[in-house]
Design a protein around this ligand. Structure first.
Ligand SMILES: [Zn+2]
Length: 280
């Protein structure tokens, strides 16, 4: 997934401050939340990339989020799906990192390793060890670089990392085809010795026509659609919850419990802002 539909120049600190204030108010307004049910898949992209992009978290914020996650059940994606298959609705959290940025290895991995936390990297395999620049990307700031195969090998060898398929070239939805799925899977298998069993759509955009091809290749496919996953959730339409740079601590906490009310309200504000020509 990527929210890189946004265009424009690096945003001002005041715009970031405004967004953080809005989210803070939203999470206070819905503090009394019922406990979450089912699997919550969090979406991360970059950590400590030193840009102002909403998808690039400061390393210290990411560390604080991992501290908060100590009170939650963080499990590998396959374990979360095993639970759902068994009809188990107890809350679980799955950490997912889209694209395969090098700063995830540099900044997130040491923190994950010391806490023994499992995670999934959905890899766009054409960008390994290369600048992460693809058509339609409007990420702000200096582009990141993809992890190297050696770095990915280290993650896989730890037993903590599941490598998922995110297409080979991070193609737009209209260009998504079986060749892109297989190019990624074959490249990953050649270099890492594992075949991806999970997929996430580039841009988070679900393509219904692809579902038979996905179902025949993968155990799961996830989208950018906001929500948690229950036993009855279609495994080819898993929902996820984005984590953004300007999320205040209490807003992150609200992603883990309750009905995702603040998240939904904020997504609505972003959509309205876009219609009014403001930057999300
Ligand atoms: Zn992506």
């Amino acid at each position: 997934m990527s929210e890189r539909g946004r265009g424009g120049t690096p945003e001002s600190p005041s715009a970031q401050g405004y967004r953080a204030r809005v989210k803070s108010l939203l999470s206070v307004a819905t503090r009394r939340q019922p406990e979450a049910q089912g699997a919550t898949l969090l979406i991360y992209h970059r950590v400590g990339g030193r840009t102002t992009d909403e998808l690039d978290l400061a390393t210290e914020d990411f560390a604080r989020q991992l501290d908060l996650l100590e009170a939650h059940d963080v499990v590998p994606l396959d374990d979360a799906l095993d639970r759902l298959d068994a009809g188990d609705t107890r809350p679980s959290v799955v950490l997912t990192f889209d694209d395969g940025f090098e700063d995830v290895h540099r900044n997130a991995w040491p923190l994950l390793r010391e806490r023994n936390l499992p995670f999934t990297v959905y890899l766009a395999s054409a960008f390994v060890d290369r600048p992460m620049v693809w058509e339609g990307s409007t990420a702000t700031g200096r582009p990141g670089t993809g992890m190297s195969w050696a770095q990915l090998q280290e993650l896989v060898a730890s037993g903590l990392c599941t490598v998922g398929n995110h297409t080979h070239r991070h193609v737009r939805p209209e260009l998504l085809g079986e060749a892109e799925l297989d190019a990624c899977t074959d490249t990953v298998e050649r270099h890492l010795g594992v075949r991806p069993r999970h997929f996430t759509y580039p841009w988070g955009v679900r393509v219904a026509a692809m579902e038979p091809a996905l179902r025949s290749r993968f155990r799961s496919a996830s989208t950018g659609e906001l929500g948690r996953n229950l036993p009855q959730t279609d495994r080819m339409r898993l929902r996820r919850v984005p984590v953004r740079r300007t999320d205040p601590g209490e807003f992150f906490a609200a992603k883990l419990t309750g009905s995702l009310g603040p998240e939904r309200a904020y997504a609505g504000i972003v959509r309205t802002g876009k219609r009014l020509g403001l930057r999300g």
